[in-house]
Design a protein around this ligand. Structure first.
Ligand code: PXG
Ligand code: PLP
Length: 435
């Protein structure tokens, strides 16, 4: 074995990777620099993470100052000033009523934390039998056991079989090529798909169900945009049955859909929100669960010296991550970043949909600055065509993302029309070449 290949890459075709490694060594603004000195235009904002661009000077400065001031302090029974300040700021931009913030280090940890909060709150309210979770087909909720179990991407579940968390069921996903291909924004068709929740509730009985977890816009499965009225109907059904609604906003929060949270854009209030990625603009790993006051209060009983929620990570509220988060939130506010992102949406939509007649394109979907182009799979080799397009774009100096047979796009909030032009011209050429 070549010792240079000790690094096992996540969600990567490792053997293919090491035949022709793609290695980044620097980044600034909208561009990466590779180890062989090439400049690449980033069409995916990191990994949905970095809407403000790479190495934003204010976030860099905040992290540099923090690391020399307080590197780490014990996070259990002791707090640091930056985590306290960030929780207050997050609660300030969250939808009305989300008064409490539990910090994690990733979206996956935020998801597993939210699932545990849901169980603990039901139990504290005398409904300890509510232990089942409902997810959705094609949902992605990270890779820990809870998130993998409520997730609905078959490849992510296959290797773990019956060892996933028991008591989980899934409702149908919302995508239908026949009924909504090439929709701009929210599809007009499909609100009735929310009624599938009633089927699953009838099967298990509402009294056994703790929570439903969905992404407001499914990201990893290839940008599945909720049909008009769909999220509202999920909310109504959950309310009717006392089921908590968790919005997994790891991708959709902090400007990606032109608002602080997708809950605000779609006008639907969940009970718990998970977020990560854009919280620090991707600069330091961090996630969080935002919790409504009533749920928090449900756990705040018993003797004062007693721990109310037996859960937490060594690095929950890490001062470096919190400093990065505070700086990111300040930039979002000072530069009106969410409005900037919202303003770019029409140009992005137009550029994306201009590829409608290119070879193999069977669907194009978008909302906010999330976009997907779905390709017809190559017979016997699912995903191969999109992977080739990704490779060709990378060689041509543009970074996009492929998942299955979907090409995904996530421009920066201030990506220019020239840059959009370049991204999609590069994809167009790549599609013609794989033809
Ligand atoms: N929930 C959602 C909705 C996510 O999108 C996670 C949880 C997990 O977060 P962490 O920080 O543990 O990765 C995510 C992460 C892609 C892609 O290509 C998306 C994610 C991660 C990697 C790739 O769409 N989302
Ligand atoms: N494994 C061991 C042996 C540990 O001691 C700890 C934390 O103390 C963990 C796992 C969990 O690590 P973290 O708190 O960073 O999630």
């Amino acid at each position: 074995m070549n010792p240079k290949q000790a690094f096992w890459l996540p969600f990567t075709a490792n053997r293919a990777f090491w035949k022709a490694p793609r290695v980044i060594k620097a980044a600034k603004g909208h561009y990466y620099t590779t180890d062989d000195g090439r400049e690449l235009l980033d069409g995916f904002s990191g990994l949905w993470t970095s809407g403000l661009g790479h190495c934003h000077p204010r976030i860099v400065a905040a992290v540099q100052e923090q690391v020399a001031t307080l590197d780490y302090s014990m996070g259990f029974q002791v707090a640091n000033d930056k985590a306290i300040a960030l929780a207050e700021r997050l609660s300030g931009i969250a939808p009305e009523g989300f008064t409490r913030v539990f910090f994690t280090n990733s979206g996956s940890e935020a998801v597993d934390t939210a699932l545990k909060i849901a169980l603990a709150c039901h139990r504290a309210q005398g409904e300890g039998q509510r232990t089942r979770f409902i997810g959705r087909e094609r949902g992605y909720h990270g890779v820990n056991f809870g998130g993998t179990s409520v997730g609905g991407i078959p490849a992510n579940r296959k290797a773990y079989g019956a060892s996933l968390v028991p008591g989980v069921d899934h409702i149908r996903h919302t995508h239908s090529l026949a009924d909504m291909a090439f929709s701009h924004g929210q599809p007009a068709w499909g609100v009735h798909l929310a009624d599938d929740l009633e089927r699953v509730i009838a099967l298990h009985d509402a009294s056994n169900i703790a929570a439903l977890i969905v992404e407001p816009v499914a990201g990893s499965a290839g940008v599945l945009v909720p049909p008009v009225g769909y999220l509202q109907r999920l909310r109504e059904i959950c309310d009717r049955h006392g089921i908590l609604l968790i919005f997994d906003e790891v991708i959709t929060s902090f400007g990606r859909v032109g608002a602080a949270f997708a809950a605000q854009r779609f006008g639907v209030l969940p009970d718990l929100i998970t977020c990560a990625k854009g919280m620090t603009n991707g600069v330091v790993p961090m996630g969080a669960v935002l919790v409504r006051e009533g749920l928090y209060q449900a756990l705040m009983h018993g003797p004062l010296e007693q721990v109310e929620f037996f859960h937490g990570y060594t690095y929950s509220g890490h001062p470096l991550a919190a400093a990065a988060g505070l700086a990111a939130l300040e930039v979002y506010r000072d530069e009106h970043s969410f409005a900037t992102a919202h303003a770019l949406e029409p140009a992005f939509e137009e550029a994306l949909h201009s590829l409608k007649h290119e070879p193999y394109v069977v669907d194009i979907r978008n909302i906010g600055l999330m976009g997907a182009i779905e390709l017809a799979p190559r017979t016997g080799h699912p995903g191969a065509r999109a992977f080739e397009v990704f490779l060709k774009c990378f060689e041509a100096g543009v970074v996009i993302r492929n998942t299955g047979d979907v090409l995904a796009f996530a421009p920066f909030f201030d990506t220019t029309t020239d840059e959009l032009e370049r991204i999609f011209a590069t994809v167009r050429r790549a599609l013609e070449e794989v033809a």
